[in-house]
Design a protein around this ligand. Structure first.
Ligand code: AMP
Length: 492
């Protein structure tokens, strides 16, 4: 079996690795580190939890050991899809580089440009960034990428999901052609394949067994749920979630609750809080400080329930999570594997329980197909109990008026959001070309196509002067009230 000592890593790195308590390299490390140290491009097909962060950080630190950073010209670049992952990579870097003098900067949203600029100005060896923020700095002229010798793309498949591929392509083009590229993705979608074919040169391909088969030590289950009434779906689903949590009792020391939509992440967290559960939300719309604080509280046990979106929780390394609740079935089957992989880590036991509504059934089938296992159907803990109104006050229904309460609820239910949109009144349109007062219906017809209305102005005037639009016998002198009533009749 390969040992870290066999890998030609810098002795300072080996010392840090030993202090971190690692004895043997994981398969992705054993595969990627030697190739990276030879200066080759690496294509790593591996998921989080496989030790892939160290598989690129350790050789980077070794390779960057010689040479010095120059102002505004980082020597290496690590691109991550989310702020949390970038922050996690930065933490890993600190651990593994602690016996070296290498410097790093973390460029992520939610942190002031000024502080980040100051670091870059001084010169950094490793720049860890999310793509958007990196390009912001670049466009402000604060950063040059022409000194990048090593570029890492982490979680490329997630970058694809988040629409970052054009940014990544642009960043590739801003770095020198001679750079070394270490590229990681859990899956090889065609778009990812295209990028790697374009930007990697004869990469060493290192693929580690997919985690698609879910860990043995995770107990899984699903509750099939159908609301008694469509308009009560959210309320009843949240009640079911509480019942599921309660049923787990003390075995549920803490849990991540995944929702597909950010609105549901917020609503679920607030609802749990109302009912006395120690819960908070984490998703991409919260500012960086809030997200970090919430995560810290969850890590330290101060917070018991973390309601999360996939993007925010992807790759988070929190060792002791007893439960994962899937409030929704994820629409990408692979997210199910990622989600439930947050529990049962490092040999611990874990539970992953999911709610499946009728509209999620197609996703559920995809999950079972991917994991090649039948997820046990659990009894609904509320089965047989009367469908009752919530007894606790509900935060998502103000008491003041019926119509307002419906408005608020609409925001909580994605289906109803559409209704809100439909209810939006058309903006009044200024009728530019009509010399006479016009019946409302005619205005509406024009409103539907502003473009046409504007470009058809002169023609429109002509039409109004057309004989067919005129009351017969008045020539051009018809009084406006007669023209108006004539136009109304025609419109009808
Ligand atoms: P990653 O896939 O990079 O998110 O790593 C997952 C977890 O594995 C992290 O908690 C690392 O600290 C840990 N880890 C990485 N490499 C090793 C190793 N060789 N031996 C034991 N644990 C490791």
């Amino acid at each position: 079996m390969t040992k870290f000592n066999d890998l030609n890593l810098d002795p300072k790195v080996l010392k840090a690795v030993a202090e971190a308590g690692y004895e043997t390299p994981t398969p992705i490390q054993a595969g990627a580190i030697p190739a990276a140290l030879e200066g080759r491009d690496v294509l790593g097909i591996a998921q989080t939890g496989t030790g892939k962060t160290a598989s690129f950080t350790l050789p980077m630190i070794t390779l960057l050991g010689r040479g010095r950073a120059r102002a505004r010209m980082p020597r290496s670049l690590v691109l991550c899809p989310t702020r949390e992952l970038a922050a996690q990579v930065a933490e890993n870097f600190d651990v593994y580089a602690k016996h070296t003098k290498l410097t790093k900067a973390l460029l992520i949203g939610g942190v002031s440009f000024k502080d980040q600029d100051a670091l870059i100005d001084r010169g950094v060896d490793v720049l860890i960034a999310t793509p958007g923020r990196l390009l912001d700095h670049f466009e402000r002229g604060k950063l040059l990428l022409t000194g990048v010798q090593i570029m890492v793309v982490d979680e490329a498949d997630r970058m694809l999901d988040m629409g970052f591929i054009p940014d990544i392509e642009r960043i590739f083009q801003l770095t020198p052609f001679t750079r070394q590229t270490l590229f990681f993705s859990a899956t090889m979608a065609p778009e990812i394949e295209r990028i790697t074919n374009t930007f990697l040169q004869a990469p060493a391909r290192v693929e580690v067994a997919r985690q698609a088969t879910t860990s043995e030590n995770i107990k899984q289950g699903v509750v099939m749920f159908k609301a008694s009434r469509k308009d009560r779906e959210g309320t009843e689903k949240r009640r079911l979630l509480r019942a599921m949590i309660d049923q787990e009792g003390d075995t549920c020391t803490n849990a991540i609750i995944f929702c597909n939509r950010k609105t549901d992440v917020d609503i679920t967290a607030k609802s749990l809080q109302k009912y006395g559960y120690n819960a908070a939300a984490i998703h991409g719309d919260l500012d960086q400080k809030q997200r970090m604080d919430t995560l810290d509280k969850f890590r330290t046990g101060e917070l018991r329930f973390l309601c999360a979106s996939d993007v925010a929780a992807r790759g988070l390394d929190i060792p002791a999570v007893s439960h994962v609740f899937n409030y929704d079935v994820p629409s990408h089957a692979e997210d199910y594997v990622h989600r439930i992989g947050r529990t049962g880590r490092a040999g611990r036991k874990g539970s992953a329980i999911m709610i499946c509504s009728p509209r999620d059934e197609k996703y559920f089938e995809a999950v079972e197909k991917l994991t090649q296992s039948a997820i046990p159907r659990l009894e609904n803990p509320l089965a047989g109990l009367p469908v009752e109104e919530d007894s606790a006050p509900r935060q998502d229904k103000p008491k003041s008026s019926r119509s307002r309460s419906r408005g608020r609820k609409d925001r909580s239910e994605p289906r109803a959001e559409a209704a809100e949109v439909v209810a939006v009144q058309p903006q009044p349109v200024e009728v530019v070309t009509a010399p006479e007062p016009r019946p409302e219906r005619t205005e509406h017809r024009h409103e539907r196509n502003d473009q046409r209305r504007e470009s058809s102005g002169p023609r429109h005037d002509r039409r109004r002067n057309d004989r067919h639009d005129q009351p017969i016998g008045w020539g051009d002198d018809a009084p406006s009230f007669i023209r108006l009533s004539f136009a109304e009749r025609r419109a009808n």
